[in-house]
Design a protein around this ligand. Sequence first.
Ligand SMILES: [Mg+2]
Length: 180
Amino acid sequence: MSEKVLVLDFDGVIVKLNVEWPKVYSKISELAGYPVTDLITFWKNMFGTELYGKANKIIEEYEMNALPKSTIYPDVHGALKIFNGTIYLASMQSQKVLESFLEKNELQAYFKEVLGRERFGVKRKQLEYILEKERGKKIYFIDDLQRNIDNCDDLNIKCILIRRSEGETLLQKVKEILEV
Ligand SMILES: [Mg+2]
């Protein structure tokens, strides 16, 4: 049996990030000079530009402010503990936000690497990076956004949707992976 690798999204999987999104969108639209209605597309199209860097800094501040108001899902520690293998965090949040959250919740030790939006414009690039690093291993990716799941269909990764709002838990998803 080949070794298993777990890749987790952040917002909606590990924590519900309590960001003031309407304010973020209006700030970014102002900065961009056109109405930005979808950040995933914005990051993808603007990656590497000056605008990307500026928007990143602005949103990072909102994300940092949101952290104290955002609570970790209660099953996260348990799920990470039972997986007991290589785990990555792959998120379109900023690196600083991801690292400070992990540190505050004493979770850093579980993760081999934390992938934030500064190095990657899209989730798919993060998955390709992990595929390259973990060649030969079976990779499982858990995300709460159907779009991200659809986007990794053709990669050699098992992509799993988690619907927290419908009562699905990370602990259950990880148990299912371990049983395969
Ligand atoms: Mg998410």
